[in-house]
Ligand binder design. Sequence first.
Ligand code: ATP
Length: 136
Amino acid sequence: MKTLKVSVVTPDGPVYDSEVEMVSTKTVGGEIGILPGHIPTVAPLQITAIRLKKENDTDYVAVSGGIMEVRPDQVTILAAAAETAEDIDVERALRAKERAERRLQQIKQENFDIKRAELALQRAINRLKVARAKGK
Ligand code: ATP
């Protein structure tokens, strides 16, 4: 079985290096599957998983976007951050998820409060105009 050499590299150093049979991931343009002999390509990646199929196993790497360079015998992924499934701290990711959800909820509440304040301002200005029309 032919294989591809895959390297995932971040500014902190290499995260993953292995020979694999197939690479599957999501570029900004959509899903892509890469087998040995693929035509040379460069594609920006989404925040996504990289699935690396080996003979008897499948590895997974999370990437925070990045660029993928494909050559017939090699795939290189440059990402700002990347972690293998084994290296992911699940508790930390859950805390980050809850923090982000709370922040989004706060922003929604703030937008709702701004809308209420705008309407209250319009009502007050309208009453002042009506009162002034009668010389008050
Ligand atoms: P957090 O809020 O938990 O820091 P983040 O999305 O802001 O998450 P990044 O800025 O993407 O984090 O990453 C900073 C560094 O921390 C990178 O080296 C990344 O690989 C690592 N990292 C982030 N989250 C995790 C995690 N859940 N498990 C392992 N490493 C992580």
